[in-house]
Design a protein. Structure first.
Length: 208
């Protein structure tokens, strides 16, 4: 009887420990479920695309990190017009003369200054160097349309195209991911359309 009583006490004690672990309330104001990843952004600005524009804003991977693209934005102004716009995955890297980074971007910057330097590579192409040679097989991941209008227009508002991936409201879908390698890239592409425009845009991503 004594042995049974001691066993029952032991079971109750273990149950109490388990219950305290399961029902433990985290400290108020402390985030326990999500870890913030190093986040980066790169922007193009004042970029005049080449005639019959194909790829003009690209991000490619690195050997050491998984690149997760979360947001792509694009806008522009110029002669009134519109064009289809694609977000493509290229199986190999584009080749060609890139735009001058100091003038048009893009430069990768961390959103927090203490983050390490970005390992992804961002590239832009413009009218000076012409369109690049598309790398390998291009797979379309997103399709949209962009409208540009004169900056002084009072009848047509500024159009802004936004694509988002892997947001909290999408039930933890995967972001647009480039696994660790330097042979894949994601590019914004104007589907060989010609816009008389000055374009600006950003790509935001994390590295893990």
């Amino acid at each position: 009887m004594k042995r049974f009583f001691l066993s029952a006490l032991a079971i109750l004690a273990l149950g109490g420990i388990a219950a305290s672990q399961v029902n433990q309330v985290p400290q108020v104001g402390v985030e326990t479920a999500n870890l913030r990843q190093n986040t980066y952004v790169a922007a193009i600005h004042g970029l005049i695309p080449a005639a019959s524009t194909t790829d003009f804003f690209c991000i490619s991977g690195s050997t050491s990190k998984t690149i997760k693209i979360h947001r792509v934005e694009l806008s522009g102004s110029g002669t009134l017009g519109s064009a289809p716009i694609y977000l493509n995955h290229n199986s190999t890297l584009d080749t060609g003369t890139a735009a001058v980074v100091a003038t048009y971007g893009p430069v990768a910057y961390p959103l927090m200054s203490s983050n390490p330097a970005a390992t992804a590579v961002v590239t832009a192409y413009n009218t000076t160097g012409g369109n690049p040679t598309i790398g390998g097989t291009a797979t379309i991941f997103r399709v949209g349309n962009i409208v540009v209008s004169p900056t002084a227009s009072t009848t047509i508002g500024m159009d802004r195209l936004v694509w988002q991936f892997g947001t909290a409201t999408s039930l933890y879908d995967q972001s647009l991911i480039i696994p660790p390698n330097t042979t894949e890239q994601i590019c914004v592409n104007l589907a060989a359309s010609s816009l008389t425009a000055v374009l600006g845009g950003t790509i935001e991503w994390t590295e893990e």
